[in-house]
Design a protein. Structure first.
Lengths: 578, 123
């Protein structure tokens, strides 16, 4: 074989070898490519996506709660939650010191958090964004931040039981915050962006923006000035009467709009965690109590409306009356007296009221208690609203015709009772009380709430007659301390024994004193229900009437209600004590 | 006689010519000046495209940074606005006003000290 032939053969072999090597190499690349691009494509795409693309949750701004004049009672601001991933914390001691100093925590507590086996632990919620930004700049390993909102109540303890409060996760836990959670909360959004490892957005990268939908603002019927004054007067009355607590409700009788509602003691919703459970309840709506003599108006209204008693008809009223085993007495000893219905109300005669109720009978009395709304909730929809307690006539005992007309053996909420007087003030038409005027959308559009349900309970003539009787009660009867200079006030006192918490009887020496009325009696602008729990002076006319006067007077001034000329007292009334 | 043989005889009869002397052959002159403008044009075209693409990318990147800064600024301003709104609500709260008024020696009018009068049918 010549040298040329040998060279040619070797060269061919090399070429073949190279071809084989290249083919194998390319085949390997092809196989790997198939693995990466076809078989594992989804996994790697997901990994790459997770590395570059970030989803940022955008919390929706919770709607504000405004008073009837648009003043903020509750509002939300952006905040940050600071969390730790303990296993990623590199310097527990140093980081704990820095975090504790910035967040106002104890360094030892933060170190304890770092020792937890949990993969995710919150260190602080509702942190001010500036503080969070300063912490973020420290770039502490294992420490992260999440956007959220924080609820503020700028008035402090102003209408706290009414407004309620919001948990750290932004959910309403009590009061209107709970009732209107879906309206206030809005809808959270999110943003999907593509960013480099330093967090700088990659232009033309993935960018999906789903903006959050802010919650709607609630515009209440509450007037924060009247609310504040009502609370200040209530606190002063509780203190002056050494009472355990108290409740005040102010409403507009023609619209059913609640202008103020408060319970003492109260709490600051900005720090609701430290509040007593008893102070959190909106007892004007959630707690039923035996109303006592303020309930006598229902018996009087029923008797007038059903024609069982004429305005000038006189009844012979002794100072005591026995019904089966129970003896009912008037508060003062007196000889047998001639009394009209006006006198019975004015002097709050128990015996006279029972005699009127006996003419009605249980069924009619029950029917009017129902018609005045004392057997169901007012329709306010407030969380935990009580319907009151009133047994049906079939369950009444022989003495029930003595107790129920006097407001015993029946339990109502202060709001229910205020609605009864609002019905008289409104010419005999019951109007469902309401707290919401409407909602204000993110675009500023006001949407009024549906109007209140109404129903006629008694005729306007009978309502006017009852108004005069109630004004008579304030003028010469038990409610004289409720008089407001320049205004004609109508109202009724109430004193009721306090039922034991377990419902097994009455507490010894413990009473609930109340005064419910309206002014001006000729053209009622406000109804005020003042209730004091266990006052030292048990009579509603002494303990609660001054509270009514203070609040009603302020409300009349605030609403620019001019003084009205006093109308003549009921001609049929007999000034038994005068 | 076959055709191939005739062709062979004919060839044999052709007298041998003398080989011409070698000389330098210059490339055609016209081809040089024609390509240069084309190359320059291509260079400028490609160059301008590259510059345009880079500029557009730079502008986009710049806009992205600007947008990021503006978004951040927007968030900061919203936060500041919210804080001011809260401050106004806290400062105008009736409790604070009452406390401040008390501190300055003011008191609410007593019974009968404030009267709403009706003028022209309106209070």
């Amino acid at each position: 074989m010549t040298a040329a032939k040998v060279r040619a053969t070797t060269s061919r072999r090399r070429l073949v070898a190279l071809f084989v090597v290249l083919t194998l190499g390319l085949s390997a690349i092809l196989v790997r490519l198939l693995q990466l691009q076809v078989r594992d494509a989804r996994t790697y795409r997901t990994l790459a996506w997770a590395q570059r693309v970030r989803t940022i949750d955008l919390p929706a701004s919770r709607g504000s709660i405004l008073d009837r004049n648009g003043q903020e009672l509750a509002l939300s601001l952006p905040a940050r939650a600071v969390y730790a991933q303990p296993q990623l914390v590199s310097d527990p001691g140093g980081e704990a010191r820095k975090l504790a100093a910035a967040l106002g925590l104890a360094a030892a507590d933060v170190r304890t958090v770092f020792k937890k086996p949990d993969p995710f632990v919150y260190l602080a919620r509702g942190v001010d964004p500036a503080t969070a930004a300063a912490l973020e700049r420290l770039d502490l390993p294992g420490i992260g931040f999440l956007p959220e909102t924080k609820r503020y109540y700028p008035g402090g303890a102003l209408a706290p039981q009414l407004l309620g409060f919001v948990g750290v996760d932004g959910t309403g836990l009590a009061g209107l915050e709970q009732q209107y959670q879906t309206v206030l909360a809005g809808r959270p959004g999110h943003e999907i962006v593509e960013a480099d490892p330093r967090g700088v957005l990659i232009p033309q990268g993935e960018n999906v923006d789903v903006p959050p939908v802010p919650g709607e603002n609630l515009m209440l019927t509450i007037d924060r000035q009247i609310q504040f004054r009502a609370q200040a007067s209530l606190a002063a009355a509780v203190k002056a009467n050494r009472a355990k607590g108290g409740t005040i409700v102010v409403l507009d009788p023609s619209t059913g709009e609640i202008l103020a509602m408060a319970d003492f003691p109260w709490f600051d919703p900005n720090s609701f965690g430290t509040a007593n459970w008893g102070a959190i309840r909106n007892r004007a709506v959630t707690d039923a109590y035996e109303p006592g003599s303020v309930n006598k108006i229902v018996t009087a209204a029923a008797a007038l409306q059903e024609g069982f008693l004429k305005l000038n008809q006189r009844l012979k009223v002794p100072d005591y009356l026995q019904l089966y085993s129970k003896v009912f007495r008037d508060t003062h000893v007196h000889p047998l007296q001639q009394m009209t219905l006006a006198d019975i109300l004015a002097y709050s005669s128990n015996v006279g009221t029972i005699k009127v109720a006996q003419r009605l009978g249980p069924d009619l009395l029950y029917e009017y208690l129902q018609r005045f709304g004392l057997t169901r909730t007012t329709g306010l929809g407030f969380p935990g609203e009580s319907a009151g307690i009133l047994p049906s006539p079939g369950q009444w005992s022989g003495t029930s015709m003595g107790t129920i007309p006097l407001g015993q053996g029946i339990a109502v909420t202060p709001l229910q009772m205020a609605s009864v007087y609002a019905t008289i003030a409104n010419g005999g038409v019951w109007v469902a009380p309401r707290l919401l005027q409407g909602t204000v959308g993110p675009d500023g559009t006001f949407r009024p709430a549906p109007g209140s349900a109404t129903r006629r309970v008694i005729s306007s003539e009978n309502a006017k007659a009852l108004t005069r009787m109630l004004a008579y009660a304030v003028e010469v009867g038990t409610g004289q301390q409720a008089q407001i200079p320049g205004y004609w006030v109508a109202g009724k006192t109430g004193t009721a024994r306090k039922v034991k918490a377990d419902g097994t009887g009455y507490e010894v020496g413990k009473y609930i004193a109340s005064f419910i009325g309206f002014a001006p009696a000729g053209h009622p602008a406000v109804v005020v229900a003042a209730v004091l729990d266990e006052p030292a002076t048990v009579y509603g006319g002494i303990a609660a009437a001054p509270l009514f006067r203070d609040v009603a007077q302020f409300a009349l001034d605030r609403l620019r209600v001019p003084p009205a000329r006093k109308l003549p007292l009921p001609a049929h009334a007999i000034r038994t004590n005068g | 006689m076959s055709a191939p043989r005739r062709a062979a005889r004919k060839t044999a009869r052709v007298p041998k010519r003398r080989r011409p002397p070698l000389r330098v052959v210059h490339p055609p002159r016209a081809s040089g000046p024609r390509r240069l403008p084309f190359m320059i044009a291509c260079f400028f075209l490609v160059g301008s495209l590259v510059v345009a693409v880079v500029s557009v990318q730079a502008l986009i990147a710049q806009s992205s940074f600007r947008m990021q800064k503006l978004t951040q600024r927007n968030a900061e301003l919203s936060q500041a606005s919210g804080q001011l709104q809260l401050q106004i609500a806290q400062l105008s709260a009736p409790g604070r006003i009452a406390e401040e008024a008390r501190r300055l020696g003011y008191a609410l009018p007593g019974p009968g000290q404030l009267q709403t009068l009706t003028v022209g049918g309106r209070p």
